[in-house]
Design a protein around this ligand. Structure first.
Ligand code: UDX
Ligand code: ADP
Length: 450
């Protein structure tokens, strides 16, 4: 039985390996992590990652051909193929601070693989990485005189959180990049063979290593750029009486533009978009392309401006004074169907509310544990509750920051009756029926509508 190992049991490694285990009973799949608590959680009923459908897959494969552990060295020794899925956050210190990727976890992992291995293996970059990272990995892995060689393959993951299982089950494409040498091509084919168990061959794209690494950054930059484009125009809509949802619908019908990712919002969040674009910006600066760098940097700047100006708009409609007022924040996750709060616009909103000395009451059906961690320094100034009705009671305003389906289905009349008046709803995701809410008596603001 071939042994696949994944180093890093996070939002990418966990779901991806669970899907491989489900689709490929002929492989033994193991996931290791330095974080023992996280591994314990993967081995329990309370998984550390919430994704619709994930629990069922883990429960049907765990202990059969899917295993979670902390025995990293032993697992490396036994593995034939190693996926590297450790975190690559933005660097916070030294050269490139605030933009470049911090590759210390990748480097440590490469050194760990080299030290524990007794034969050559295929090493797959799963984490999103700057273009040419494989070169550094190779220098570490193949720079010793151990007498065997490693083959590096790039296989970026395109799953989106909240729909990870559906994305893995039916991907638009699988991308695999490798060296164009005989060994490199054989390694690419070895990885393609895994996916071919459930993904049609024509959806499995193979490229050279550098194209694969750069495609991932490019895909995320393009997606984020669409959101910043629509969000920038949402501000013009608010000034002119045009309606951003109507515009998105009208332009999205043009097949050259397409209808997806045109939803105006309070801003994009998540662990990828900002980090990956800043990484791209850093790379362009590094290679002497300042015009390209500033073009992409503006996507991040517009995003920050969008969140910021939204809060200011809410403040204006509350007479610029919210000190001491209870303000309910509906949703803390960066999008619906996930417990992930990384770079969530809701977090920025809460920080701004705290600056104004309001009392934020946060509600979310999955993300409260992470919210508690993120707001660790301000827990005496915020309130957290799973119940949206409780969050809204006596509040002067509700700021809807995450598009959870349940917020569409609330008894808004009941909510209105329990709030302080005038009661304001700010729909930061454009999912609510504003006309209905106004009929109930709410003051209502949404994105991109006058
Ligand atoms: C993204 C990419 O979609 C995925 O391919 C890549 O592998 C990782 O990064 P993710 O960050 O999980 O995935 O979620 P995504 O669905 O892309 O949403 C990102 C943010 O953009 C969320 O905050 C979401 O609410 C926001 N968004 C998305 C909008 O504001 N408007 C839209 O039209 C779409
Ligand atoms: P992603 O969203 O990319 O999956 P996460 O932060 O959710 O990122 O997961 C990355 C995981 O990698 C974390 O659980 C972290 O503990 C783990 N990790 C980081 N460095 C190492 C390492 N050297 N060995 C094993 N696991 C590691």
């Amino acid at each position: 039985m071939k042994k696949i190992l994944c180093i890093g049991a996070g939002y990418v490694g966990g779901p991806t390996m669970a899907m491989i285990a489900k689709k490929c009973p002929q492989y033994q799949v193991k996931i290791v992590d330095i974080n023992a608590a996280r591994i314990d959680a993967w081995n329990s009923d309370n998984l550390p990652v919430y994704e619709p459908g994930l629990k069922e897959i883990v429960e049907s494969t765990r202990g059969k051909n899917l295993f979670f552990g902390v025995d990293i060295d032993e697992s490396i020794k036994e593995a034939d193929i190693i996926f590297v899925s450790v975190n690559t956050p933005t660097k916070t210190f030294g050269f490139g601070a605030g933009k470049a990727s911090d590759l210390q976890y990748i480097e440590k992992t490469a050194r760990n693989i080299l030290a524990a291995s007794e034969n050559g293996k295929i090493v797959v970059e799963k984490s999103t990485l700057p273009v040419r990272t494989a070169e550094s990995m190779e220098r570490i892995l193949n720079g010793s005189n151990k007498g065997f060689r490693f083959n590096i393959v790039s296989n970026p993951e395109f799953l989106a959180e909240g729909s990870a299982i559906a994305d893995l089950e039916n991907p638009d494409r699988v991308l695999i990049g490798g060296h164009q040498s005989k060994e490199g091509l054989a390694a690419v084919e070895e990885i393609a063979k895994i996916y071919a168990n459930w993904v049609p061959r024509e959806k499995i794209i193979t490229t050279n290593l550098w194209s694969s690494e750069l495609s991932k950054l490019t895909a995320n930059a393009f997606l984020a750029q669409r959101i910043s484009s629509i969000n920038s125009l949402s501000a013009l809509c608010e000034k002119t009486g045009a309606n951003i949802d109507e515009i998105a619908n009208a332009i999205g019908k043009d097949t050259r533009i397409g209808s997806k990712f045109l939803k105006a919002s309070i801003g994009f969040g998540g662990s990828c978009f900002k980090k990956d674009i800043l990484n791209l910006v850093y790379l362009c600066e590094h290679y002497g392309l300042p015009e390209v760098a500033s073009y992409w940097e503006s996507v991040v700047k517009i995003n920050e401006w969008q969140t910021n100006r939204s809060v200011k708009r809410v403040l204006r409609s509350m007479f610029n004074t919210i000190a001491g007022k209870k303000v309910a924040v509906f949703g803390f996750a960066f999008k619906a169907n996930t417990n992930d709060t990384r770079e969530s616009p809701a977090h920025l909103v809460v920080r701004e509310l705290l600056e104004e000395r309001a009392i934020p009451v946060i509600t979310d059906c999955k993300a409260l544990p992470d919210a508690k961690r993120d707001l660790n320094d301000a827990l005496d100034k915020v309130q957290l509750t799973e119940d949206p009705y409780e969050a809204a009671r006596d509040a002067h305003a509700i700021l809807l920051c995450t598009e959870w389906q349940q917020y569409r289905d609330l008894d808004w009349k009941k909510i209105y009756n329990s709030m302080s008046k005038p009661a304001l709803v700010f729909d930061g995701r454009n999912i609510l029926n504003g006309e209905e809410l106004k009929k109930i008596g709410f003051e209502f603001i949404s994105i991109g509508k006058a």
